[in-house]
Ligand binder design. Structure first.
Ligand code: MG
Ligand code: MG
Length: 254
């Protein structure tokens, strides 16, 4: 039982099952790496992921979630997250965030990665590098005895040091039998009353969203796509991470 009653801690056996779920998801992302090139549509990328998950006997968890129509959220350039796959053709210089989740034998995994199409600007490259580093630094904080706010502080400190801003209206989350469980995992210094202690058995999806310009975001008229208010670039990386006695274990590692 967690100190925080709303958090469902996982046993080592449950974490092994989540690791199997996460490993299949990692395989999906490895496959996508060769698929995501100039000329491909976002719908084609989604189909590769969807087919791989279904063929493995698993469930694409995003499909049907609050009515979302696809297995992946695919968000291009100024789109932050929750982009709907469709006819958009990717071109040289785009950066493309793919977010995907699956359920294996009842256990969820969730991960995201931003891909560069061909040659991207130096600024885009720097944004992607910083966002990856923000995720790595955040994961280092996922150790027993720390607080959830240590994760957000790590992300915010690095992003600001590199001159970027942190999206605050969307956060990481606990994960397990449900895609979204407690606690929320903000990517910024969040001084809330409930700042849970990180305990062994906690499994969370850590997912910094970092912008070149303003941290403010708006929702597209499709009701899903979140984009930067100033239409400047955004990047997003996510791993499902288990807190163990030996430190953080990245279940979606690839
Ligand atoms: Mg995700
Ligand atoms: Mg997530």
């Amino acid at each position: 039982m967690s100190l925080n009653r709303s958090i469902r801690l996982k046993t080592p056996e449950e974490i092994e099952k989540m690791a199997s779920s996460g490993q299949l998801l990692a395989e999906v992302f490895k496959e996508l790496k060769s698929v995501i090139v100039a000329g491909v549509t976002t719908a084609e990328i989604n189909k590769v992921a969807d087919d791989m998950i279904v063929e493995a006997g698993c469930i694409p968890s995003f499909k049907g979630y609050s009515g979302f129509p696809a297995a992946c959220c695919i968000s291009v350039n100024e789109e932050v997250v929750h982009g709907i796959p469709g006819n958009r053709v990717l071109k040289n210089g785009d950066i493309v965030g793919v977010d995907c989740g699956l359920i294996m034998e009842g256990w969820h995994s969730d991960s995201a990665e931003t891909y560069a199409i061909g040659e991207v600007s130096m600024e885009a490259n720097k944004l992607m590098t910083t966002t990856r580093e923000c995720l790595a630094l955040a994961i280092e904080q996922a150790i027993p005895g720390n607080r959830i706010s240590d994760i957000g502080i790590a992300v915010e400190t690095k992003a600001h040091k590199d001159g970027f801003s942190v999206v605050e209206t969307l956060v990481g989350h606990g994960i397990g039998r449900e895609l979204h469980e407690d606690p929320q995992v903000p990517n910024y210094r969040c001084l809330s009353d409930s700042d849970p202690i990180i305990e062994e058995g906690l499994v969370i999806a850590i997912e910094p969203m970092i912008n070149i310009g303003t941290k403010r975001v708006v929702t597209e008229s499709d009701g899903w796509t979140i984009l930067t208010a100033d239409r400047k670039l955004s990047a997003h990386y996510e791993h499902t991470v288990a807190v163990t006695a030996n430190g953080p274990r990245i279940l979606t590692w690839r």
